[in-house]
Design a protein. Sequence first.
Length: 89
Amino acid sequence: MKAIISVFSKDRIGIIADVCVLVSNMRVNILDLSQTIMDGFFTMVMLVDTSTSDVPFDTIQKTLESEGEKLGLSIRIQREDIFDAMHRI
């Protein structure tokens, strides 16, 4: 199953590395990544494949949110089908 991960934070060194470690520890595969810094704020959107993970989606979601908070990051994940439905006109 594909999902969208969004990351927001004040910019600092190592954000991409921190998020990639969290994702890889749960065996979630990164398919695509886009990041930018706008006026000192870091934003990143990742397309990931969660089918490679044996961790339930709800656990992935909770882990990213809680570990993200510890790192000073806002990390959210949504299933791709839900993301698509929300943004369909």
